[in-house]
Design a protein around this ligand. Structure first.
Ligand code: NIG
Ligand code: FE
Length: 398
């Protein structure tokens, strides 16, 4: 491995772990005494990756909608005709708990195999009380089944379900007065999200839901300004949101508001790519204003059927102007901030959790560079090796 100060990279380094926690990270020669060693063969070690925005629990898939879009159909138009999110809602409502759990398990295992140790999972394909609760319970169950910490987000306000088609405010009332209290009472969500968009919820409806979430003591985040500038970023900032996500159409005023509030911009390069968007999120302007910029897969069946964090990094660099270093920060320390977890993860330093990804690469730029394949050699979650080869193994070719 070549030391590269740009990544904070150290040659010949050691990590000392006590239980779940890193107690030393630095030059091997300076490491304090320890009683057991694992030689990682000179491989690159990064913090475990953090995917701060997914919708990975759902029924069915939308391959045929994608085919139609390739032939010229429009995402928003499909949604207005009752396809899009609503097609997945139909498939999700009719799928059983076990099937939803198993299919989500497979997707999450793919993320974990590429070094993800913390993931955010949203509900939002149920849109009725029972199904939304089922999706959130599955999200929690996935965190018990796999070596990954799950932050669950209630996205009951993903779109208006068909039974409220002519009375959207009735659905907003259901979200505020029935679903949110039930979700909060069962401790099923760590945050609340709303899709604020012309084809989903207006700013006034979004505001009503965010206010109620805050009353229940839940942090908020927003799908903001993805398809049009609806003032979503400024609204998120006003509620001190953890993150505002997508942001293709965010205005200059929205960027300023995010900077003032310290709200993280979560960029979703998979959705930008898969929808063949023309308008890129203004990443340079966000950075210039001092907004922290994270990256997520947005794993979902409609706009980003992506189960590879490394491809998300690649798309961010190739399509959206990230450097490989900024991209890696986007799925480590900045992603930790987007989930309010920066106090205990996202960097390799004393006091942080020993969530580590070990890579078969010579330089960290290679993580965002390759298209396909998997250079992840091993993963450690809270100090325990959860995947990869046995210890004290030398690297291939050495
Ligand atoms: O993040 N924008 C809204 N929600 C998802 C897409 C949902 C879908 O099309 O199923 C997103 O892009
Ligand atoms: Fe999303």
């Amino acid at each position: 491995m070549i030391g590269d100060p740009a990544y904070g990279l150290l040659d010949d380094a050691a990590l000392v772990i006590d239980g779940e926690t890193i107690v030393f990270a630095g030059p091997r020669a300076a490491a304090p005494a320890y009683d057991r060693t694992t030689d990682l063969g000179g491989r690159l070690v990064t913090p475990g990756l953090i995917d701060p925005h997914t919708h990975l629990v759902y029924g069915g898939n939308r391959a045929q909608e994608w085919e139609a879009r390739l032939l010229g159909a429009d995402y928003a138009e499909i949604a207005r005709r009752g396809g899009g999110i609503l097609a997945t809602v139909r498939a999700t409502r009719s799928a059983g708990y076990e099937w939803l759990l198993e299919s989500a398990h497979t997707r999450l295992a793919a993320l974990c195999a590429q070094g993800v140790t913390t993931v955010e999972i949203k509900s939002g394909y149920g849109l009725d009380l029972d199904t939304e609760i089922r999706l959130l319970r599955i999200a929690r169950e996935l965190g018990r089944r796999l070596p990954v910490d799950v932050r669950a987000t209630f996205l009951g306000a993903h779109t208006i379900p068909p039974e409220y088609g002519t009375a959207p405010n009735g659905y907003v009332a259901l979200v505020c007065d029935t679903m949110l209290p039930a979700v909060a009472a069962e401790g099923l969500a760590d945050a609340v999200d709303v899709f604020c968009e012309t084809i989903a919820f207006s700013s006034a409806q979004t505001e009503r839901i965010l206010r109620r979430a805050t009353e229940w003591g839940l942090r908020v985040k927003l799908h903001a300004d993805q398809l049009s500038d609806g003032g979503g970023a400024a609204l998120a900032a006003r509620f001190n949101a953890l993150s505002a996500d997508h942001l293709e159409y965010v205005s200059a005023a929205g960027i300023e508001a995010l900077a003032r509030a310290g709200t993280v911009a979560v960029i979703l390069p998979g959705a930008f790519y898969f929808l063949r968007e023309r308008q890129a999120p203004p990443v340079a302007a966000l950075r210039a204003a001092g907004v922290p910029v994270a990256i997520a897969t947005d794993c979902n069946p409609g706009t980003s059927p992506l189960v590879s964090p490394l491809l998300a990094l690649n798309f961010a660099c190739t399509l959206l102007g990230f450097t490989p270093e900024d991209a890696l920060r986007g799925m480590t320390c900045e992603a930790a901030r987007a989930l309010d977890l920066a106090h205990d993860r996202g960097t390799l330093e004393p006091g942080k959790l020993a969530d580590l990804a070990v890579w078969d690469v010579d330089h960290p730029a290679e993580l965002a560079y390759a298209l396909g394949g998997n250079p992840c050699h091993a993963v450690y979650k809270r100090g325990q090796r959860v995947s990869g080869a046995d210890s004290n193994e030398t690297r291939r070719g050495e």
